[in-house]
Write a protein that binds this ligand. Structure first.
Ligand code: ATP
Ligand code: MG
Length: 571
């Protein structure tokens, strides 16, 4: 079972029991190691699969881990619980709805429903929006303005009145239940004797408290992650929980993995240089373990966002062998290395969603297929909430979820204004693969949509270029990565009239590090000298994060003298 691991990974996978911390950089096989560890426990150490709980950061990661476990263990893998904190919380709530005063068939409020309730309470939509934005921080124990504090109790009462919980409730109520009912806490501790948490650097206060309730000091808890990839503090994540693991679990061995199997040597060198000024890991190292070709990191300076996009399109065309037309036909051409480069090998990453427009326009104009995903909640995407409501409404109907999704889309497209119909169409496309996977189980489909992030619907097998926010790219890898907008003000991000704090700049640098380390063979860091930001043209300077990269690993490209849109053979 552990044959596919290197000696360090193997040592980590073989730790017999008790708490364990694995601190390791990107591409060192953390996710691979925990997956093999679980398989090893079940197959070779007689741990019942039903006692294993694996927590992942996204539903997509959970699905991937389930698939890998099934391949390693076989049908027994179905006995394992692989979940995100929120889907695990939902499971606890379902099992103990009585103690929480919820009906057996309680539902999950989407953000549109939250907005409706808050509008009714506060009396106007603007206040409702402001209060809604503060709900999560307040639920995590932060301070809100008096309006939010005042609205909160009424909001929760109305939710319960409608037999609903919201997204935050999934963890808040689970913590409350296990705290107020020690016997129930004990029941879960007995049931889940083996717990692993991937991406531990991004847990928030409530998730941490839930975990402490499930796994006291001596428990078999494996936490795995990389403090230098902590990038979700805007959602309340706190890398401090990672850093205090050794206090919380004093008996835990701390193991490191430093061999990187993902990236070429120049990319690794650049990434280490980039993170060094604010690394949270003493003696941060990554040794190249793959024998990938060492392509230099290309740093490209464009005139504006349009020529930046044209550079991306032109380079993609070159990588595809200057034959996008044929690659569209065959899905894959011989471009670079044995398997060739296909569309799904390529990702374009950016700090803000606004940057995606120019890229999306240009790639679409060139006839290149794309799938664009952010880290936002899936239900916040236009049309998705309407489809789910419609499907819940007619849930009595039986038959494949995919058919019901199409029927729901038809029904919704009668009811919405003409100009929003394309949203419904896009939403159906986005949800199609999930609908297929859910078979006939409509409630599961609706649950997964309401719990999911947009990036959960990224289809790694689809022949399409991935357009992703940096946050959404966490945990993923691609042979070819473009990280666009490497400019001061975007990396680090700066809001008008404010300066980022030292801690904020450090997190932005980690985000840059996460972006760079998604790349396997080719990494392009691009920037524009002028860019339209919120409707006005601005002169831009280079991101300070580019400074430590060093000349040796970089191939710098000046802007083309005459700025012309890319002429692809396809056109
Ligand atoms: P991240 O921090 O970005 O989440 P990670 O540490 O979780 O990265 P993985 O995604 O598990 O890294 O592994 C990175 C890549 O390296 C994967 O393609 C994986 O299959 C490969 N890999 C990991 N360990 C080995 C190994 N021992 N032999 C060959 N390939 C490996
Ligand atoms: Mg990982």
């Amino acid at each position: 079972m552990l044959g596919g691991l290197d000696p360090d990974q193997r040592a980590a996978a073989e730790v017999p029991g008790g708490p364990l911390l694995i601190v390791a950089g990107p591409g060192t096989g953390k996710t691979r190691t925990v997956t093999h560890r679980l398989a090893h426990l079940v197959l070779e150490r007689d741990v019942p699969a039903s006692q294993c709980l694996a927590i992942t950061f996204t539903r997509r990661a959970a699905e991937e881990m389930t698939e890998r476990l099934q391949a390693l263990i076989g049908p027994d893998a179905q006995q394992m619980t692989v979940a995100t904190f929120h889907s695990f919380g939902l499971r606890i709530l379902r099992e103990h709805h009585v103690q929480l005063g919820l009906g057996a068939d309680f539902g999950l409020a989407d953000s549109a429903r939250q907005h409706e309730i808050l509008t009714a309470i506060t009396g106007d939509e603007r206040t409702a929006r402001r209060v809604q934005a503060q709900l999560s921080p307040v639920r995590r124990g932060g301070d809100g303005d008096p309006e939010t504090e005042a609205a909160l109790a009424a909001y929760l009462a109305e939710l319960r009145q409608q037999n609903l919980v919201d997204f935050d409730d999934l963890v808040v109520l689970a913590v409350q239940l296990l705290t107020d009912h020690p016997a129930i806490g004990e029941e879960y501790r007995r049931r889940y004797r083996w717990i692993t948490v991937d991406e531990y650097q991004d847990v928030d206060e409530l998730q941490y408290r839930l975990l402490r309730l499930l796994a006291p000091a001596g428990a078999n808890l494996t936490a795995i992650g990389d403090p230098d990839q902590a990038i979700y503090s805007f959602r309340g994540a706190d890398v401090g929980f990672f850093l205090r693991f050794e206090q919380d679990y004093p008996s835990a061995p701390v193991l490191a993995l430093t061999r990187n199997y993902r990236s070429g040597v120049h990319i690794l060198d650049g990434a280490i240089r980039a993170i060094t000024p604010s690394t949270l890991v003493p003696d941060r190292r990554l040794h190249p373990a793959s024998n990938r070709q060492a392509h230099p990191i290309v740093v490209h300076q464009a005139g504006d966002e349009r020529t930046e996009a044209a550079f991306v399109a032109r380079t993609i065309d070159q990588l595809l062998g200057g034959a996008s037309f044929h690659s569209l036909d065959s899905g894959r051409v011989l471009g670079d290395g044995p398997g060739g480069v296909g569309f799904n090998d390529i990702a374009v990453l950016y700090r803000t969603d606004a940057q995606s427009h120019a890229i999306l326009d240009e790639l679409t104009r060139c006839g290149l297929p794309v799938q664009k995903r952010s880290h936002d909640r899936l239900s916040a995407r236009p049309g998705v909430d309407l489809l789910v409501r419609e499907m819940l409404h007619v849930a009595a109907r039986t038959g494949p979820v995919a058919d019901q999704l199409r029927l729901a889309a038809k029904a919704v497209a009668d009811t919405v204004p003409e100009d929003t119909r394309p949203d419904i169409h896009t939403a159906v496309e986005l949800l199609g693969p999930l609908a297929q996977r859910c078979g006939q189980d409509v409630p599961r489909f609706c649950r997964e949509v309401l719990l999911g992030a947009e990036v959960d619907t990224l289809d790694p097998r689809a022949e399409a270029i991935s357009l992703l926010t940096l946050h959404a790219a966490k945990g993923l890898e691609f042979p070819v990565v473009f990280l666009i907008g490497c400019e001061d003000g975007l990396l680090p991000l700066r809001w008008p009239g404010t300066e980022p704090t030292v801690a904020e700049v450090a997190e932005e640098r980690r985000l840059f590090f996460v972006g760079m380390t998604r790349a396997q063979d080719h990494l392009y860091l691009t920037r524009a000298t002028r860019r339209t930001i919120r409707g006005t043209q601005q002169d831009r300077t280079s991101s300070p994060f580019l400074n430590p990269l060093g000349e040796a690993i970089i191939q710098s490209e000046a802007p083309a003298r005459r700025v012309r849109p890319a002429q692809l053979p396809l056109l």
